[in-house]
Design a protein around this ligand. Structure first.
Ligand SMILES: [Mg+2]
Length: 230
């Protein structure tokens, strides 16, 4: 079973949170928060495909685009602020860990496929779900974004299963559900109560279903019994 990360394993992130976070990493650089927020938004594709490098290199490049040339101290302070803010985004839904743990206890392989930037890649080993995830594919490590079929196929390979055996669960960012369906996976849109609060790129607004109303509902999906079980 494959899960999207943001807005799926984690709650949705309201717009105000993005603004607040941008302001915190803008301040040490002396860049207006709105300018910095725009630089972050405009560079989403580059950051999500890892083209700007690690966080320090990324922030140096973005600061230069904003007309600043930060000294090492302010640049490091900005990166620290960013990592603190990102930690807030790595908080999971209440049913995430129990659901993943139940899947694993039932012999189901669990994968994560995320369009994300280098901060998640760096923080991954410390995440409380890291030990529950059998394989991950992160866009910033692969240089591709959803719905690139190579990402889906790569994760199936890492999980050691055929794409047709995979159930894919996501909130619909990056046209991920069509991407999953296009390589033979069975996709479900997670449409939890906070679905409308999430700012996502390329959301699949017209997805006709099927839907899940909560993450824990995956435990009731048909066909999830491991090989050899009754
Ligand atoms: Mg998502």
């Amino acid at each position: 079973m494959i899960f999207d990360f943001f807005g799926t394993l984690t709650p949705s992130t309201p717009e105000a949170t993005w603004d607040r976070h941008a302001a915190q990493s803008a301040a040490p650089l002396g860049i207006p928060a709105a300018t910095w927020r725009r630089a972050l938004d405009d560079s989403w594709d580059e950051r999500a495909t890892g083209r700007l490098g690690g966080l320090t290199e990324t922030f140096r490049a973005l600061a230069l685009r904003c007309g600043a040339d930060p000294a090492p101290g302010p640049l490091a302070a900005s990166c620290r602020a960013r990592r603190r803010c990102q930690q807030e985004l790595f908080a999971f839904r209440p049913d995430t860990e129990p659901t993943l743990a139940t899947l694993r206890a039932n012999g189901i392989a669990v994968g994560v496929l995320s369009d994300c930037t280098v901060e998640l890649s760096e923080a991954w080993p410390e995440l409380p779900i890291a030990g529950l995830v059998c394989a991950r594919v992160l866009s910033c490590e692969e240089g591709r974004r959803k719905p690139d079929r190579e990402l889906f196929l790569l994760l199936a390979r890492r999980l050691g299963v055929a794409p047709a055996q995979c159930v894919y669960v996501g909130d619909g960012g990056g046209r991920e559900l069509s991407g999953a369906a296009g390589c033979g996976m069975t996709p479900y849109m997670l449409r939890a109560g906070d679905w409308h609060d999430n700012k996502v790129h390329d959301r699949e607004q017209a997805w006709p279903g099927p839907y899940l109303g909560s993450l824990a509902e995956v435990l009731a999906l048909p066909g999830l019994h491991p090989p050899g079980s009754a």
